[in-house]
Design a protein around this ligand. Structure first.
Ligand code: AMP
Ligand code: MN
Ligand code: MN
Ligand code: MN
Length: 286
């Protein structure tokens, strides 16, 4: 079974619309998909609606990727299989959206001082009704201001500690995890291998996360090496965490594809072990 529990659409910083993403997942024969936009759950309803009109066998799991702040790390917490309409979740995400808007205005002010005028208008136009992210700023910097790629826009201006970096006012890990759990879902530490943490910090992170009610660890992340993924599997087993897997697909590229290279290493407990992953027939008749 092809299972991908981490990807993005134009509801945040993905470049494909919900419908385009679903078409792609279908073509690539993905069986189970969670769309996990940054601080946004609207993709699930749109995707479910589109699915029904298409009568395709693709099981959709509600998802989100929540930004949190922890000891000057920006830790992403993925939520899976919860009620996207739950009032606690809805109120929480409304606040996240507000934090994003306020941070974006400050980023634009800083960019103005760096000689990049009036970027907010262009960024807003690109964002449409999605959540505003630094990726959008990076794309405009590439498109209109001579940056060679998004990475260099992050390296020179948008990344942590750079000239246009704004310290975000994200909530704590505990708040994010409790929100996901209140809405009936499982909380997962997203791409743990990405944070460049020592083992000591990773253990602190996992302990705090578990104390808040978190139970998942994104053991397989398509952008990390198999060696790092194996190391993450060791952490998952040591701390009795359920293993998740995701491509973190943001749009077509040479390096990343939906559902690709996501097999879990031997010996971990898949996060979907107690989900009813309905058969093709059932999901078609829903
Ligand atoms: P935000 O949540 O608004 O802070 O934006 C973070 C998003 O920017 C991440 O989810 C990535 O998709 C993207 N991002 C972060 N760092 C880089 C980078 N170095 N190059 C390209 N994209 C990046
Ligand atoms: Mn992103
Ligand atoms: Mn992330
Ligand atoms: Mn992501």
């Amino acid at each position: 079974m092809k299972i991908d529990l981490h990807c993005h659409t134009t509801c945040s910083d993905g470049t494909l619309s919900v419908e385009e993403l679903i078409d792609r997942a279908h073509t690539l024969q993905v069986d189970v998909l969670a769309i996990t936009d940054h601080d946004d759950v609207r993709a699930f309803e749109r995707a479910s609606h589109y699915q029904k009109s298409q009568k395709r066998a693709l099981r959709l799991i509600p998802g989100v990727e929540i930004s949190t702040y922890w000891h000057s790390f920006e830790i992403h917490i993925v939520g899976l299989n919860f009620d996207p309409q739950h009032p606690v979740m809805q109120a929480f995400l409304k606040k996240q959206g507000q934090i994003r808007l306020e941070r974006a205005a400050k980023i634009a002010e800083k960019l103005e001082k760096c000689g990049v005028p009036n970027i907010l208008e262009k960024v807003n136009h690109m964002v449409g009704d999605g959540q505003i992210t630094r990726s959008h700023f990076a794309r405009v910097l590439v498109r209109d201001h001579g940056f060679k790629d998004m990475q260099s826009a992050f390296d020179k201006l948008l990344g942590k500690g750079k000239k246009a970096y704004v310290k975000p006012l994200w909530p704590s890990i505990t708040e994010a995890v409790e929100t996901i759990v209140s809405a009936g879902g499982k909380a997962v530490i997203a791409h743990p291998g990405h944070y460049g943490m020592s083992g000591k910090w990773m253990r602190r992170l996992i302990n705090e996360f578990k104390q808040a009610g978190g139970i998942g660890f994104e053991v397989v992340h398509a952008k990390l090496s198999p060696a790092v993924n194996r190391q993450m599997a060791l952490f998952a087993n040591e701390y009795d965490l359920e293993a998740s897997a995701g491509s973190d697909f943001h749009g077509p590229s040479r390096w990343c594809e939906l559902g690709r290279k996501l097999a879990l290493p031997e010996g971990v407990t898949p996060i979907w072990h107690d989900w009813e992953l309905t058969s093709t027939q059932e999901s078609l008749s829903q």
